[in-house]
Design a protein around this ligand. Sequence first.
Ligand code: ADP
Length: 198
Amino acid sequence: MIIGLTGGIASGKSTVSDMLKEKGFPVIDADIAARAVVEPGQPALQKIADTFGRDILSSDGTLNREKLGSVIFHDEEKRKQLNEIVHPAVRAWMMAEKDKAIDKGHKTIVFDVPLLFESKLTWMADRTLLIYVAPPIQLERLMKRNGYTEEEASARIASQMPIEEKKELADDIIDNSGTKEETAKQLEQWLARLGIDS
Ligand code: ADP
């Protein structure tokens, strides 16, 4: 079974992902995939250079994210082009990691995907698990974790799909508004209820 783990910014997804890793679940992280597929020598990086020009490469051949960011910033069409290169590569990378985990004998695999709903990637998972947090606590934790002002934190939260909306879309929800211990307990109960082990 593939679990699609998601959340909102600072909702506690990484916290729960760490708990799952500690329990022995293989966690395949979309953010790591997104970095891996644009490493030098990867076909996606070659395609990016072909599409946006070799200027977006640093002298050592790695992707110059700042330059690429300035190229796609405010340009919807270019951003779409970039996603059309990167997204399939990310999916293929995650599927390959999944196959490796299955070969190792795992029965349940976690796909950790921050923008699972926004990117319409729910089809990749058999069940989606949302790490929810009440919005005022989300704001508070984001300000504290990243040292943001209230304005900066609010802007980042506002740029994502509202967590209340994600709640409607998720198969299962863990409410991380309380203590980490309470969250760990909900996770235990959820795993037990569905009879999930790694
Ligand atoms: P995400 O991965 O969803 O962005 P994190 O797991 O990094 O979120 O959690 C956001 C911040 O809130 C981190 O600094 C984390 O240590 C803290 N945090 C997470 N869960 C709790 C909790 N239940 N109680 C207090 N702080 C928490």
